[in-house]
Design a protein around this ligand. Structure first.
Ligand code: FAD
Length: 473
Protein backbone atom coordinates (compact mmCIF):
# COMPACT_ATOMS: atom_id res chain seq x y z
CA UNK A 1 0.00 0.00 0.00
CA UNK A 2 1.50 3.39 -0.94
CA UNK A 3 2.32 5.71 2.00
CA UNK A 4 0.36 8.91 2.41
CA UNK A 5 2.27 12.04 1.41
CA UNK A 6 0.75 15.43 2.01
CA UNK A 7 -0.60 16.79 -1.28
CA UNK A 8 -1.27 13.31 -2.73
CA UNK A 9 -4.40 13.13 -4.78
CA UNK A 10 -6.04 9.89 -3.77
CA UNK A 11 -9.01 10.56 -6.03
CA UNK A 12 -6.71 10.54 -9.08
CA UNK A 13 -4.81 7.52 -7.74
CA UNK A 14 -7.93 5.39 -7.38
CA UNK A 15 -9.48 6.60 -10.64
CA UNK A 16 -6.37 5.37 -12.47
CA UNK A 17 -7.11 1.76 -11.40
CA UNK A 18 -9.78 1.03 -14.05
CA UNK A 19 -12.15 2.67 -16.50
CA UNK A 20 -15.01 1.80 -14.16
CA UNK A 21 -13.46 3.53 -11.14
CA UNK A 22 -12.54 6.46 -13.36
CA UNK A 23 -16.20 6.79 -14.41
CA UNK A 24 -17.69 6.69 -10.88
CA UNK A 25 -19.53 9.96 -10.14
CA UNK A 26 -18.23 11.96 -7.15
CA UNK A 27 -14.80 11.73 -5.55
CA UNK A 28 -12.93 8.59 -4.48
CA UNK A 29 -11.25 9.99 -1.38
CA UNK A 30 -10.71 7.30 1.27
CA UNK A 31 -12.87 7.19 4.37
CA UNK A 32 -11.01 7.42 7.72
CA UNK A 33 -8.68 4.57 8.69
CA UNK A 34 -8.89 2.51 11.86
CA UNK A 35 -6.95 4.20 14.66
CA UNK A 36 -6.54 2.92 18.21
CA UNK A 37 -8.32 -0.06 19.74
CA UNK A 38 -11.98 -0.85 19.19
CA UNK A 39 -14.48 -3.73 19.25
CA UNK A 40 -17.36 -4.91 17.05
CA UNK A 41 -19.82 -7.81 16.94
CA UNK A 42 -18.64 -8.74 13.44
CA UNK A 43 -15.45 -7.69 11.65
CA UNK A 44 -15.25 -8.16 7.89
CA UNK A 45 -11.87 -7.93 6.18
CA UNK A 46 -12.11 -6.60 2.60
CA UNK A 47 -14.68 -4.25 1.07
CA UNK A 48 -15.25 -5.85 -2.33
CA UNK A 49 -18.61 -7.38 -3.23
CA UNK A 50 -18.20 -10.31 -0.81
CA UNK A 51 -17.53 -8.11 2.22
CA UNK A 52 -20.08 -5.48 1.22
CA UNK A 53 -22.90 -7.95 0.51
CA UNK A 54 -22.20 -9.75 3.78
CA UNK A 55 -22.41 -6.43 5.64
CA UNK A 56 -25.59 -5.52 3.76
CA UNK A 57 -27.44 -8.74 4.70
CA UNK A 58 -26.18 -8.73 8.29
CA UNK A 59 -27.67 -5.27 8.71
CA UNK A 60 -30.88 -6.26 6.90
CA UNK A 61 -31.54 -9.12 9.30
CA UNK A 62 -29.96 -7.69 12.45
CA UNK A 63 -30.00 -3.89 12.25
CA UNK A 64 -28.50 -3.48 15.73
CA UNK A 65 -25.47 -5.66 15.05
CA UNK A 66 -22.23 -3.69 15.26
CA UNK A 67 -20.45 -4.48 11.97
CA UNK A 68 -16.99 -3.12 11.11
CA UNK A 69 -15.54 -3.41 7.61
CA UNK A 70 -11.76 -3.06 7.17
CA UNK A 71 -10.45 -2.27 3.71
CA UNK A 72 -6.79 -1.97 2.70
CA UNK A 73 -7.47 0.72 0.07
CA UNK A 74 -10.99 1.93 -0.76
CA UNK A 75 -14.18 -0.08 -1.24
CA UNK A 76 -14.14 -1.54 -4.75
CA UNK A 77 -10.35 -1.31 -5.16
CA UNK A 78 -10.01 -5.04 -5.91
CA UNK A 79 -11.64 -7.18 -8.61
CA UNK A 80 -15.02 -5.67 -7.72
CA UNK A 81 -13.99 -2.32 -9.20
CA UNK A 82 -12.22 -3.78 -12.22
CA UNK A 83 -14.26 -6.66 -13.65
CA UNK A 84 -16.06 -7.22 -16.96
CA UNK A 85 -19.43 -6.37 -15.45
CA UNK A 86 -21.26 -9.62 -16.18
CA UNK A 87 -23.48 -10.32 -13.23
CA UNK A 88 -24.44 -13.84 -14.23
CA UNK A 89 -25.89 -17.03 -12.80
CA UNK A 90 -22.80 -19.00 -13.85
CA UNK A 91 -21.06 -20.63 -10.91
CA UNK A 92 -17.77 -22.50 -11.16
CA UNK A 93 -18.02 -26.01 -9.73
CA UNK A 94 -21.67 -26.55 -10.55
CA UNK A 95 -21.05 -29.43 -12.99
CA UNK A 96 -19.00 -31.19 -10.33
CA UNK A 97 -21.72 -30.92 -7.66
CA UNK A 98 -24.43 -31.88 -10.15
CA UNK A 99 -22.54 -35.04 -11.13
CA UNK A 100 -22.19 -36.29 -7.54
CA UNK A 101 -25.39 -38.00 -6.24
CA UNK A 102 -24.54 -36.78 -2.73
CA UNK A 103 -24.63 -33.11 -3.77
CA UNK A 104 -26.98 -33.19 -6.75
CA UNK A 105 -30.07 -31.93 -4.93
CA UNK A 106 -28.03 -29.14 -3.36
CA UNK A 107 -26.67 -28.26 -6.80
CA UNK A 108 -30.23 -27.66 -8.04
CA UNK A 109 -30.90 -25.32 -5.10
CA UNK A 110 -27.57 -23.62 -5.65
CA UNK A 111 -28.26 -22.94 -9.32
CA UNK A 112 -31.73 -21.60 -8.48
CA UNK A 113 -30.19 -19.33 -5.85
CA UNK A 114 -27.66 -18.10 -8.41
CA UNK A 115 -30.50 -17.28 -10.82
CA UNK A 116 -32.23 -15.36 -8.01
CA UNK A 117 -28.95 -13.56 -7.13
CA UNK A 118 -28.85 -11.86 -10.54
CA UNK A 119 -32.29 -10.31 -9.87
CA UNK A 120 -31.34 -9.58 -6.27
CA UNK A 121 -28.39 -7.41 -7.36
CA UNK A 122 -30.77 -5.32 -9.49
CA UNK A 123 -33.38 -5.17 -6.73
CA UNK A 124 -30.99 -4.02 -4.00
CA UNK A 125 -29.28 -1.41 -6.16
CA UNK A 126 -32.72 0.05 -6.85
CA UNK A 127 -33.70 -0.14 -3.17
CA UNK A 128 -30.43 1.42 -2.01
CA UNK A 129 -30.85 4.20 -4.56
CA UNK A 130 -27.83 3.90 -6.86
CA UNK A 131 -27.75 3.33 -10.60
CA UNK A 132 -25.12 0.73 -11.53
CA UNK A 133 -26.30 0.57 -15.19
CA UNK A 134 -27.97 -2.79 -14.48
CA UNK A 135 -29.39 -4.26 -17.70
CA UNK A 136 -30.60 -7.85 -17.65
CA UNK A 137 -30.38 -8.75 -21.34
CA UNK A 138 -28.75 -12.16 -20.87
CA UNK A 139 -25.50 -13.65 -22.04
CA UNK A 140 -24.41 -14.84 -25.49
CA UNK A 141 -21.61 -17.36 -25.85
CA UNK A 142 -20.20 -17.60 -29.38
CA UNK A 143 -19.18 -20.96 -30.81
CA UNK A 144 -16.51 -20.38 -33.44
CA UNK A 145 -15.84 -24.07 -34.10
CA UNK A 146 -17.40 -27.50 -33.57
CA UNK A 147 -15.68 -28.05 -30.20
CA UNK A 148 -17.03 -24.80 -28.81
CA UNK A 149 -20.51 -25.66 -30.09
CA UNK A 150 -20.30 -29.06 -28.40
CA UNK A 151 -19.47 -27.33 -25.10
CA UNK A 152 -22.51 -25.06 -25.53
CA UNK A 153 -24.68 -28.17 -25.92
CA UNK A 154 -23.08 -29.67 -22.80
CA UNK A 155 -23.79 -26.52 -20.78
CA UNK A 156 -27.39 -26.55 -21.95
CA UNK A 157 -27.71 -30.26 -21.09
CA UNK A 158 -26.37 -29.56 -17.59
CA UNK A 159 -28.96 -26.83 -16.96
CA UNK A 160 -31.72 -29.02 -18.43
CA UNK A 161 -30.75 -31.87 -16.10
CA UNK A 162 -31.18 -29.46 -13.17
CA UNK A 163 -34.74 -28.61 -14.25
CA UNK A 164 -34.16 -25.43 -16.26
CA UNK A 165 -35.85 -24.85 -19.61
CA UNK A 166 -35.67 -22.96 -22.86
CA UNK A 167 -36.55 -19.69 -21.16
CA UNK A 168 -33.34 -20.06 -19.09
CA UNK A 169 -30.83 -21.33 -21.63
CA UNK A 170 -30.96 -22.30 -25.27
CA UNK A 171 -28.82 -22.91 -28.33
CA UNK A 172 -28.81 -20.12 -30.93
CA UNK A 173 -28.55 -20.90 -34.64
CA UNK A 174 -26.29 -18.56 -36.66
CA UNK A 175 -29.29 -16.56 -37.98
CA UNK A 176 -30.66 -16.00 -34.45
CA UNK A 177 -27.17 -15.02 -33.29
CA UNK A 178 -26.82 -12.58 -36.13
CA UNK A 179 -29.80 -10.67 -34.80
CA UNK A 180 -27.88 -10.06 -31.55
CA UNK A 181 -24.32 -9.46 -32.73
CA UNK A 182 -22.45 -9.83 -35.98
CA UNK A 183 -19.29 -11.92 -35.88
CA UNK A 184 -17.66 -13.55 -38.91
CA UNK A 185 -17.48 -17.32 -39.12
CA UNK A 186 -19.61 -18.13 -36.09
CA UNK A 187 -21.25 -21.58 -36.06
CA UNK A 188 -23.87 -20.80 -33.45
CA UNK A 189 -23.84 -20.26 -29.75
CA UNK A 190 -25.65 -20.33 -26.46
CA UNK A 191 -28.01 -17.83 -24.88
CA UNK A 192 -28.42 -17.73 -21.10
CA UNK A 193 -31.13 -15.41 -19.83
CA UNK A 194 -29.80 -14.90 -16.29
CA UNK A 195 -27.09 -12.34 -16.82
CA UNK A 196 -27.13 -8.58 -16.33
CA UNK A 197 -24.41 -6.19 -17.40
CA UNK A 198 -23.46 -3.57 -14.83
CA UNK A 199 -20.96 -0.76 -14.20
CA UNK A 200 -19.00 -2.78 -11.61
CA UNK A 201 -17.36 0.05 -9.68
CA UNK A 202 -20.66 1.89 -9.22
CA UNK A 203 -22.09 -1.30 -7.74
CA UNK A 204 -19.20 -1.54 -5.25
CA UNK A 205 -19.16 2.16 -4.37
CA UNK A 206 -22.96 2.31 -4.16
CA UNK A 207 -23.05 -0.69 -1.85
CA UNK A 208 -20.35 0.86 0.35
CA UNK A 209 -22.40 4.03 0.73
CA UNK A 210 -25.54 1.98 1.40
CA UNK A 211 -23.98 -0.10 4.19
CA UNK A 212 -22.42 2.96 5.82
CA UNK A 213 -25.86 4.63 5.74
CA UNK A 214 -27.20 1.58 7.60
CA UNK A 215 -24.64 1.88 10.37
CA UNK A 216 -21.69 -0.25 9.22
CA UNK A 217 -18.34 1.27 10.23
CA UNK A 218 -16.19 1.18 7.09
CA UNK A 219 -12.49 1.86 7.69
CA UNK A 220 -10.60 2.45 4.45
CA UNK A 221 -6.81 2.42 3.96
CA UNK A 222 -6.71 0.00 6.88
CA UNK A 223 -4.89 -3.13 5.69
CA UNK A 224 -5.20 -6.07 8.06
CA UNK A 225 -1.73 -7.51 8.59
CA UNK A 226 -2.68 -10.26 10.98
CA UNK A 227 -5.79 -12.00 12.28
CA UNK A 228 -5.62 -14.18 15.37
CA UNK A 229 -8.24 -15.34 17.90
CA UNK A 230 -10.90 -12.74 17.13
CA UNK A 231 -8.43 -9.89 16.87
CA UNK A 232 -7.34 -8.14 13.69
CA UNK A 233 -4.31 -5.87 13.52
CA UNK A 234 -3.84 -2.94 11.15
CA UNK A 235 -0.95 -0.45 11.12
CA UNK A 236 -3.16 2.16 12.86
CA UNK A 237 -5.06 0.07 15.37
CA UNK A 238 -6.59 -3.22 16.40
CA UNK A 239 -10.14 -4.50 16.40
CA UNK A 240 -11.55 -7.29 18.53
CA UNK A 241 -14.76 -9.00 17.36
CA UNK A 242 -16.88 -12.03 18.24
CA UNK A 243 -16.96 -13.01 14.56
CA UNK A 244 -14.29 -12.32 11.95
CA UNK A 245 -14.97 -12.91 8.23
CA UNK A 246 -12.34 -12.87 5.52
CA UNK A 247 -13.48 -11.37 2.20
CA UNK A 248 -10.16 -10.61 0.54
CA UNK A 249 -10.37 -13.21 -2.29
CA UNK A 250 -7.28 -12.91 -4.51
CA UNK A 251 -5.58 -10.68 -1.90
CA UNK A 252 -5.83 -13.25 0.91
CA UNK A 253 -2.06 -13.85 0.81
CA UNK A 254 -1.45 -10.30 2.11
CA UNK A 255 -2.41 -11.53 5.61
CA UNK A 256 0.30 -13.08 7.74
CA UNK A 257 0.16 -16.89 7.52
CA UNK A 258 -2.20 -16.99 4.53
CA UNK A 259 0.30 -16.78 1.68
CA UNK A 260 -0.64 -20.11 0.07
CA UNK A 261 -4.38 -20.15 0.74
CA UNK A 262 -5.81 -18.51 -2.38
CA UNK A 263 -3.89 -18.30 -5.67
CA UNK A 264 -4.34 -15.03 -7.58
CA UNK A 265 -4.74 -15.21 -11.36
CA UNK A 266 -4.99 -12.06 -13.40
CA UNK A 267 -7.32 -10.86 -16.09
CA UNK A 268 -6.78 -7.79 -18.26
CA UNK A 269 -9.28 -5.48 -19.91
CA UNK A 270 -9.55 -2.64 -22.39
CA UNK A 271 -12.33 -0.20 -23.15
CA UNK A 272 -12.77 1.59 -26.45
CA UNK A 273 -13.90 5.15 -27.03
CA UNK A 274 -17.59 5.63 -27.83
CA UNK A 275 -18.40 3.73 -31.03
CA UNK A 276 -19.41 5.73 -34.08
CA UNK A 277 -22.91 4.88 -35.37
CA UNK A 278 -21.27 2.98 -38.28
CA UNK A 279 -18.97 0.95 -36.00
CA UNK A 280 -21.89 0.10 -33.70
CA UNK A 281 -24.02 -0.93 -36.66
CA UNK A 282 -21.17 -3.19 -37.88
CA UNK A 283 -21.06 -5.05 -34.55
CA UNK A 284 -24.81 -5.65 -34.73
CA UNK A 285 -25.03 -4.91 -30.98
CA UNK A 286 -28.32 -3.32 -30.02
CA UNK A 287 -28.69 -4.53 -26.47
CA UNK A 288 -26.35 -4.68 -23.50
CA UNK A 289 -26.02 -8.45 -22.98
CA UNK A 290 -22.72 -10.00 -21.91
CA UNK A 291 -20.87 -11.89 -24.64
CA UNK A 292 -17.74 -13.90 -25.17
CA UNK A 293 -16.45 -16.76 -27.25
CA UNK A 294 -16.28 -20.35 -26.11
CA UNK A 295 -12.52 -20.74 -25.88
CA UNK A 296 -10.76 -22.19 -22.87
CA UNK A 297 -8.80 -18.95 -22.49
CA UNK A 298 -11.95 -17.00 -21.87
CA UNK A 299 -12.76 -13.64 -23.44
CA UNK A 300 -15.64 -11.47 -22.26
CA UNK A 301 -17.27 -8.24 -23.35
CA UNK A 302 -20.14 -5.84 -22.94
CA UNK A 303 -21.48 -2.74 -24.64
CA UNK A 304 -21.37 -0.07 -21.95
CA UNK A 305 -24.30 2.24 -21.38
CA UNK A 306 -22.37 5.12 -22.92
CA UNK A 307 -21.70 3.15 -26.12
CA UNK A 308 -18.17 1.73 -25.68
CA UNK A 309 -16.98 -1.85 -25.82
CA UNK A 310 -15.42 -3.14 -22.60
CA UNK A 311 -13.53 -6.33 -23.37
CA UNK A 312 -11.19 -8.62 -21.47
CA UNK A 313 -9.26 -11.86 -21.52
CA UNK A 314 -8.13 -14.19 -18.73
CA UNK A 315 -5.64 -15.37 -17.20
CA UNK A 316 -2.11 -15.05 -15.89
CA UNK A 317 -0.42 -16.39 -12.79
CA UNK A 318 2.81 -14.80 -11.51
CA UNK A 319 5.57 -16.57 -9.64
CA UNK A 320 5.07 -16.70 -5.87
CA UNK A 321 1.39 -15.64 -6.20
CA UNK A 322 2.54 -12.08 -6.90
CA UNK A 323 -0.38 -9.66 -7.05
CA UNK A 324 -0.63 -7.04 -9.76
CA UNK A 325 -3.07 -4.16 -9.66
CA UNK A 326 -1.09 -1.89 -12.00
CA UNK A 327 -0.29 -2.64 -15.64
CA UNK A 328 1.56 -0.12 -17.82
CA UNK A 329 -0.48 1.06 -20.83
CA UNK A 330 2.25 -0.33 -23.10
CA UNK A 331 2.17 -3.83 -21.57
CA UNK A 332 2.15 -6.34 -24.47
CA UNK A 333 -0.77 -8.14 -22.83
CA UNK A 334 -3.06 -5.33 -24.01
CA UNK A 335 -1.95 -5.82 -27.63
CA UNK A 336 -3.14 -9.41 -27.29
CA UNK A 337 -6.48 -8.34 -25.80
CA UNK A 338 -6.95 -5.73 -28.53
CA UNK A 339 -6.07 -8.37 -31.16
CA UNK A 340 -8.79 -10.66 -29.78
CA UNK A 341 -11.36 -7.87 -29.99
CA UNK A 342 -10.38 -7.01 -33.57
CA UNK A 343 -10.59 -10.67 -34.51
CA UNK A 344 -14.22 -10.74 -33.41
CA UNK A 345 -15.12 -7.28 -34.76
CA UNK A 346 -12.73 -6.20 -37.57
CA UNK A 347 -14.86 -3.07 -38.01
CA UNK A 348 -13.60 -1.76 -34.64
CA UNK A 349 -9.95 -1.62 -35.78
CA UNK A 350 -10.01 2.18 -36.04
CA UNK A 351 -11.83 2.74 -32.76
CA UNK A 352 -9.25 3.82 -30.16
CA UNK A 353 -8.77 2.20 -26.77
CA UNK A 354 -9.10 4.80 -23.97
CA UNK A 355 -8.33 2.69 -20.87
CA UNK A 356 -6.44 -0.54 -20.16
CA UNK A 357 -6.14 -2.22 -16.78
CA UNK A 358 -6.03 -5.55 -15.02
CA UNK A 359 -6.50 -7.18 -11.68
CA UNK A 360 -6.43 -10.43 -9.73
CA UNK A 361 -9.15 -12.92 -8.93
CA UNK A 362 -8.83 -15.82 -6.53
CA UNK A 363 -8.68 -19.59 -6.87
CA UNK A 364 -8.89 -21.91 -3.87
CA UNK A 365 -6.93 -25.18 -3.93
CA UNK A 366 -10.17 -27.16 -4.39
CA UNK A 367 -10.65 -25.18 -7.64
CA UNK A 368 -14.19 -24.40 -6.54
CA UNK A 369 -15.75 -21.42 -4.79
CA UNK A 370 -16.76 -21.84 -1.16
CA UNK A 371 -18.60 -20.24 1.75
CA UNK A 372 -17.15 -21.37 5.05
CA UNK A 373 -18.14 -20.57 8.62
CA UNK A 374 -17.18 -22.15 11.91
CA UNK A 375 -19.51 -20.98 14.71
CA UNK A 376 -17.20 -22.48 17.36
CA UNK A 377 -14.32 -20.15 16.57
CA UNK A 378 -16.45 -17.35 15.04
CA UNK A 379 -14.47 -17.32 11.81
CA UNK A 380 -15.50 -17.53 8.17
CA UNK A 381 -14.61 -16.66 4.60
CA UNK A 382 -16.03 -16.79 1.10
CA UNK A 383 -14.44 -16.56 -2.32
CA UNK A 384 -12.46 -18.52 -4.90
CA UNK A 385 -15.04 -17.70 -7.56
CA UNK A 386 -12.61 -18.38 -10.45
CA UNK A 387 -13.64 -15.30 -12.38
CA UNK A 388 -17.42 -15.70 -12.03
CA UNK A 389 -17.75 -13.69 -8.85
CA UNK A 390 -20.11 -10.80 -9.51
CA UNK A 391 -23.36 -12.73 -9.05
CA UNK A 392 -21.73 -15.37 -6.83
CA UNK A 393 -20.45 -12.82 -4.29
CA UNK A 394 -24.02 -11.66 -3.70
CA UNK A 395 -25.12 -15.20 -2.90
CA UNK A 396 -21.96 -15.83 -0.86
CA UNK A 397 -22.51 -12.69 1.23
CA UNK A 398 -26.14 -13.56 1.78
CA UNK A 399 -25.20 -17.09 2.81
CA UNK A 400 -22.41 -15.94 5.14
CA UNK A 401 -24.93 -13.65 6.86
CA UNK A 402 -27.36 -16.61 7.24
CA UNK A 403 -24.57 -18.66 8.84
CA UNK A 404 -23.41 -15.93 11.20
CA UNK A 405 -26.97 -15.17 12.34
CA UNK A 406 -27.88 -18.89 12.40
CA UNK A 407 -30.84 -18.33 10.06
CA UNK A 408 -32.30 -21.56 8.70
CA UNK A 409 -32.44 -21.02 4.93
CA UNK A 410 -32.09 -23.40 1.91
CA UNK A 411 -28.91 -21.47 1.01
CA UNK A 412 -27.13 -23.04 3.98
CA UNK A 413 -27.71 -26.53 2.59
CA UNK A 414 -25.96 -26.02 -0.74
CA UNK A 415 -22.77 -27.89 -1.59
CA UNK A 416 -20.45 -24.89 -1.62
CA UNK A 417 -21.17 -24.24 2.09
CA UNK A 418 -18.57 -25.78 4.41
CA UNK A 419 -17.39 -28.33 1.79
CA UNK A 420 -15.35 -31.26 3.13
CA UNK A 421 -11.69 -30.43 3.61
CA UNK A 422 -12.13 -26.66 3.88
CA UNK A 423 -12.07 -25.20 7.34
CA UNK A 424 -12.28 -21.60 8.45
CA UNK A 425 -10.03 -19.71 7.85
CA UNK A 426 -9.31 -21.14 4.33
CA UNK A 427 -7.85 -24.47 5.22
CA UNK A 428 -6.25 -26.06 2.22
CA UNK A 429 -2.95 -24.67 1.02
CA UNK A 430 -1.65 -24.56 -2.53
CA UNK A 431 1.59 -26.37 -3.28
CA UNK A 432 4.81 -24.41 -2.69
CA UNK A 433 6.72 -22.89 -5.61
CA UNK A 434 7.88 -23.89 -8.16
CA UNK A 435 5.03 -26.44 -8.28
CA UNK A 436 2.29 -23.80 -8.21
CA UNK A 437 3.85 -21.78 -11.02
CA UNK A 438 4.51 -24.90 -13.08
CA UNK A 439 0.95 -26.13 -12.57
CA UNK A 440 -0.70 -22.88 -13.65
CA UNK A 441 1.57 -22.46 -16.64
CA UNK A 442 1.07 -26.05 -17.75
CA UNK A 443 -2.68 -25.46 -17.57
CA UNK A 444 -2.53 -22.17 -19.50
CA UNK A 445 -0.31 -23.75 -22.10
CA UNK A 446 -2.72 -26.70 -22.52
CA UNK A 447 -5.64 -24.25 -22.83
CA UNK A 448 -3.86 -22.20 -25.48
CA UNK A 449 -2.88 -25.31 -27.43
CA UNK A 450 -6.38 -26.77 -27.23
CA UNK A 451 -7.87 -23.47 -28.46
CA UNK A 452 -5.42 -23.31 -31.37
CA UNK A 453 -5.98 -26.97 -32.31
CA UNK A 454 -9.76 -26.54 -32.12
CA UNK A 455 -9.66 -23.43 -34.31
CA UNK A 456 -7.49 -25.21 -36.89
CA UNK A 457 -9.63 -28.37 -36.80
CA UNK A 458 -6.63 -30.46 -35.72
CA UNK A 459 -7.19 -33.85 -34.10
CA UNK A 460 -4.70 -32.98 -31.37
CA UNK A 461 -7.52 -30.84 -29.86
CA UNK A 462 -8.99 -34.02 -28.32
CA UNK A 463 -5.66 -34.80 -26.66
CA UNK A 464 -5.31 -31.32 -25.17
CA UNK A 465 -8.92 -31.37 -23.99
CA UNK A 466 -8.35 -34.74 -22.34
CA UNK A 467 -5.27 -33.35 -20.59
CA UNK A 468 -7.19 -30.33 -19.34
CA UNK A 469 -9.99 -32.48 -17.99
CA UNK A 470 -7.37 -34.34 -15.96
CA UNK A 471 -5.99 -31.07 -14.59
CA UNK A 472 -9.34 -29.45 -13.80
CA UNK A 473 -12.20 -30.90 -11.76
C1 FAD B 1 -10.35 -8.04 -14.84
C2 FAD B 1 -11.41 -8.88 -14.17
C3 FAD B 1 -12.59 -9.17 -14.87
C4 FAD B 1 -13.59 -9.93 -14.24
N1 FAD B 1 -14.79 -10.09 -14.89
C5 FAD B 1 -15.82 -10.70 -14.25
C6 FAD B 1 -17.12 -10.73 -14.83
O1 FAD B 1 -17.38 -10.13 -15.87
N2 FAD B 1 -18.09 -11.42 -14.16
C7 FAD B 1 -17.86 -12.06 -12.99
O2 FAD B 1 -18.78 -12.69 -12.45
N3 FAD B 1 -16.65 -11.98 -12.37
C8 FAD B 1 -15.64 -11.30 -12.97
N4 FAD B 1 -14.43 -11.18 -12.34
C9 FAD B 1 -14.28 -11.73 -10.98
C10 FAD B 1 -14.99 -10.85 -9.94
O3 FAD B 1 -14.72 -9.49 -10.17
C11 FAD B 1 -14.52 -11.26 -8.54
O4 FAD B 1 -14.73 -12.64 -8.37
C12 FAD B 1 -15.24 -10.52 -7.42
O5 FAD B 1 -15.24 -9.14 -7.65
C13 FAD B 1 -14.59 -10.87 -6.10
O6 FAD B 1 -15.12 -10.01 -5.11
P1 FAD B 1 -14.47 -10.05 -3.66
O7 FAD B 1 -15.17 -9.04 -2.84
O8 FAD B 1 -14.48 -11.44 -3.14
O9 FAD B 1 -12.95 -9.66 -3.89
P2 FAD B 1 -12.33 -8.22 -4.26
O10 FAD B 1 -13.26 -7.39 -5.06
O11 FAD B 1 -10.99 -8.49 -4.86
O12 FAD B 1 -12.20 -7.50 -2.87
C14 FAD B 1 -11.20 -7.81 -1.93
C15 FAD B 1 -10.94 -6.52 -1.15
O13 FAD B 1 -10.07 -6.81 -0.06
C16 FAD B 1 -9.17 -5.73 0.08
N5 FAD B 1 -8.00 -6.21 0.80
C17 FAD B 1 -6.97 -6.91 0.33
N6 FAD B 1 -6.09 -7.23 1.30
C18 FAD B 1 -6.59 -6.69 2.43
C19 FAD B 1 -6.14 -6.65 3.78
N7 FAD B 1 -5.00 -7.25 4.14
N8 FAD B 1 -6.89 -6.01 4.69
C20 FAD B 1 -8.05 -5.39 4.33
N9 FAD B 1 -8.53 -5.41 3.06
C21 FAD B 1 -7.82 -6.06 2.12
C22 FAD B 1 -8.86 -5.32 -1.35
O14 FAD B 1 -8.33 -4.02 -1.43
C23 FAD B 1 -10.23 -5.47 -2.01
O15 FAD B 1 -10.97 -4.27 -1.98
C24 FAD B 1 -13.39 -10.45 -12.94
C25 FAD B 1 -12.21 -10.17 -12.25
C26 FAD B 1 -11.22 -9.39 -12.85
C27 FAD B 1 -9.96 -9.07 -12.10
Amino acid sequence: MPEWRSGDDWDAHYRAQSFWLDAVPGRLDPRPSLTGDTTADVAIIGAGYTGLWTAWYLKQHAPHLDVALLEAEIAGFGASGRNGGWCSAYLAGLAHWAADPATREGAVTLQREMVAAVDEVGRVSCLAGFDCHYDKSGHVSLAMNAHQLRREHQEQALWRSLGFGDEDIRILEPQALDRRLRVNGVLGGGFMAHCATIQPAILARGLAKAVVARGVRLFERSPVREWKDGEVLTPGGRLRAGVVLLATEAFTGTLKGFSRRIAPVHSTMIVTGRLSPEALEATGLRRRFGWGDGRHRVTYGQLTRDGRIAFGARGRYYWGSRLRTRFEAGDPVFTTVRGELDRLFPALRDTPVTHAWGGPMGIARTLRPAVVFDPECGAGWAGGYLGDGVGAANLAGRTLADLVLDRDTPRRRTPWVNPPGLTAPPGRAWEPEPLRWLGFNALYSAMGRADAAEAAGRRSADRWNWLMEKMLP
